[in-house]
Design a binder for this molecule. Sequence first.
Ligand code: TXA
Ligand code: MG
Length: 330
Amino acid sequence: MAETIAPDEQAIQKAAQTLAAGQLVAIPTETVYGLAADATNGDAVAGIFEAKGRPHFNPLICHVSDIAMAERYAVIDPLSRKLMDAFWPGPLTLVLPLRPDTHIHPLVAAGLDTVALRMPRGIAGKIIAALGHPLAAPSANTSGRISGTSAQAVADDLGSKIALILDAGPSEVGLESTIVKVDGDAVLLLRPGGLAAEDIEALIGQSLRRMDQRAAIEAPGMMASHYAPAAGVRLNAHEVRDGEALLAFGPDRAADAHRASACLNLSETGNLREAATNLFDYMKRLDRLGGAVIAVEPIPFTGLGEAINDRLVRAAAPRVPPIEELEQIK
Ligand code: TXA
Ligand code: MG
């Protein structure tokens, strides 16, 4: 069972140590409680998906202690910088290009080349500063349940799955952060949330561009902009065909594995958590090696296997144009 502690100096150190050891900590933020892991530790981030029981990998928000930390991981354009200066710390998340030398683990961004960053108010910032790394943190609740806005709610829902809960009382805002992305001179509203759109519009002197409703419901991580390999993807491969690269799993190989133009094994021992950690990186690497098709060995659907299979099915699906293009076709 998770230990619940008051948010004093000692708690900050204890939380930072627990996170540095790769464990999960529920931390208070002004919006909702976050289920946090060190964003540079893939195994710890996989643990978030495991604890939440998420059936798919959507990209997670990364929390930083200040703008200088954001600059170490992402490329910040002047308009995004202006929004940070005005609203950080606070309930505003900005989607930004990842720096090529970023140390944020690919599982955090679900293989995208952008990352959602925010600087929370309160004790969370002190924990991040003490750790020295950003924290990946979705809302602290089981997938499909409502977001945890008190330590008790988090303990009731996730207490058996996490190490530590910091109790700073009920969340001030009680609603997730507003997510925006700067696109040229425009600012896209990706998710309405705890910071009113009007407040942003007053600062930038223009209206936010609303996402198409259907697109908004699909969630940004599921859209066509999402990383999909250039290569075709063939799932449940029991044999390797000519010209295919092989994404392997576990100790046993598909027939004719020696024919593969390249082979990477998600987990030699068949550990699904390790496989989740390697998934996006290995797909990209096999794609870069240039095979026409990536054959994927069967992966069980238990535990994180469901999310791994969900992502692979999306990668294998026929490509469709983004919704804006569909609308123009008519
Ligand atoms: O208030 C909040 O934002 C809370 C607290 C804990 O900070 N966090 C939160 O995080 O709601 P999370 O990870 O559940 O938010 C994920 C949302 C999803 O809608 C996802 O699609 C979007 O952020 N997102 C994350 N990375 C993205 C990216 N690179 N591009 C577009 N959307 C992204
Ligand atoms: Mg949530």
